[in-house]
Ligand binder design. Sequence first.
Ligand code: AMP
Ligand code: GLY
Length: 411
Amino acid sequence: MRVCVVGSGAREHALADALARTAEVVVAPGNPGMAGLVRTDVPPERVEAGLWVIGPEAPLVEGLADRIRARGGLVFGPGADGARLEGSKIWMKDLLAAAKVPTAAFKAFAELGDALRHLRTTPGPWAIKTDGLAAGKGVLVTSSLREAENDLRAKMSGQAFGEAGRRVVIEEALLGEELSLMALCDAERAYPLAVAQDYKRLGDGGTGPNTGGMGAYSPVPFAGDELVGQVMERAVLPTLHALKKRGVDYRGALYAGLMLTEEGPKVLEFNVRFGDPEVQALLPRWTGDLTASLAAAAEGRLRDADAPTFSDNAAVCVVLATPGYPEAPRSGALIEGLDQAREVPGCRVYSAGVAEGPQGRGLVTSGGRVLSVVGTGPDLASARRVAYRAAGVVSWPDMVYRSDIAAGGEQ
Ligand code: AMP
Ligand code: GLY
């Protein structure tokens, strides 16, 4: 089968790499670091393929899956109706409330005055979120009233996130450990992937601003089958059924961002695609035929045989970013050591924010998150050693990465 992977990040690189084990793959548009993969600049709906796998949320939210389906194409990824789960936090929270899915208490606001009044009359800490897409950066968690007020002003004026921020959700801030659980879905059925843990903050020890994700690892030793079963029963399946009730035929990945609170797991967010960088740490452990499983979900005929299965190996992904990320990434630096990193045994390197260097001289940084370096091994400690050995081989001036991925500390 010929599979078109849509997107240009490290998640799409990892997906293309894994799909290429059992399919002919073309990436649209991909990036110049995707050595050995076929890429095309043709718009995805015009690529010849038997299956489309759409990586990022933005094209899903703006209806790419619908357009391809309208031409008779088979797509892994929801239509614009299902993608609202990620495209509007207000819509998502309303759906969760209707489906009785455990989540943080919340209120939605379109008027600054109402939002400020709410802040002043409810105890913090609060999580303040843009309604629309903000590449993982639209959430502020704070117990400072002043910081919260300033954030509301910046968001609701349109200054910080444009239209995406004009409406906001204010939630109670939850405390606990965060986990990501993704599932393959076909509107009726859902099968979980292994659990991964993501590091959203920029700095070691869970400090600094929220980012798109600075690293991830899998498996998560404290997240066993019981927890997965509980999240499937209480969060993923009720959400899928609530979508169906609203007429949404959801075929694709559903990603539950979870907080393990004292009252049990609660949903922080749903994403309508695979997590980046979580999936970079999951695909090296995937033992089944990825192409067959994604095609089955796309066709609406998921069966037990398509359920994702994972090896006992561990994988650790470390994201290498440019200085200034996430606020003002500085690009254009020559990337050194990429080929040497790829040769570290047990390591895979997936590229995201890269561009061709001048006169074909290697690759330069272009954007915030540049590379995902993934180490694999029989256990987390060895996978971690491999990932950091390879990360240490790559360099550009002021390269930014966390040194505590999978080290057991604060996320
Ligand atoms: P979201 O895009 O909703 O997943 O939020 C991004 C990050 O903000 C999450 O991964 C959490 O680290 C944090 N966050 C979001 N909502 C809450 C909440 N209600 N309480 C505490 N932290 C939160
Ligand atoms: N790693 C978080 C996300 O993909 O949204």
